[in-house]
Design a protein around this ligand. Structure first.
Ligand code: SF4
Ligand code: SF4
Length: 189
């Protein structure tokens, strides 16, 4: 795929789409908790867990995201949404946690994968909501490499964490999950 033209118009559409899950990694949780001074219980109030039923196909766009064991089954962890679909951290069209916004917000409308040392980029399944795509300067190889380098290590650390958690945790409650994330030094790098 050719690199596209892209310039974020700051329209906020990606913060307001009720079907765009703002998934979070362990590093995202640690950074948001730190900037807001939230412990595990309060951080939980800003999250939702989207359960993947047994035999259910992973929703489009979430194939690259690690699901995590909870008391109700495997789930995707994401920022809570308001009734109108807005992200819980969107206030008056501004992101209240902009310096520590989650990885998916920093990379949208791009997505990245890594397999056997090979890094790949693509466009989000929700790319059509983004008016910045196809406008502005042509994205360069350097731009996309730099973005990939700021995203992929966090995804890999979270993948390792969720694999360990899903395989070995005997009491996989969301409360224990938040404590485990906040105590894991890998997320503080
Ligand atoms: S939808 Fe696209 S242009 Fe609008 S804020 Fe998100 S990334 Fe920027
Ligand atoms: S965390 Fe910020 S940038 Fe991400 S969806 Fe919410 S308001 Fe938008």
């Amino acid at each position: 795929m050719d690199l596209p033209h892209f310039e974020c118009t700051k329209c906020g559409a990606c913060c307001r789409d009720e079907y765009l899950l703002v998934t979070v990694t362990g590093s995202d949780i640690v950074k948001i908790s730190a900037i807001l001074g939230l412990g595990p219980d309060d951080m939980l109030k800003a999250l939702d867990f989207y359960i993947v039923s047994e035999g259910q196909t992973t929703p489009v766009g979430l194939e690259r995201i690690s699901s995590v064991a909870t008391e109700r089954g495997l789930a995707f962890m994401a920022l809570k949404k308001m009734e109108n679909g807005d992200c819980i951290f969107l206030k008056k069209d501004l992101c209240m946690i902009h310096p520590v916004r989650p990885l998916v917000c920093r990379s949208f409308p791009f997505v990245f994968t890594e397999s056997e040392g090979q890094r790949n980029w693509g466009l989000s399944a929700k790319k059509d909501i983004c008016p910045g795509l196809g406008t502005g300067p042509l994205i360069s190889e350097e731009d996309i490499t730099e973005l990939a380098e700021s995203i992929l290590p966090e995804i890999q650390i979270y993948k390792k964490f969720t694999k360990e958690w899903n395989e070995h945790q005997t009491s996989p409650t969301v409360s224990n999950l938040l404590k485990a994330i906040l105590e894991d030094i890998r997320f503080y790098k």
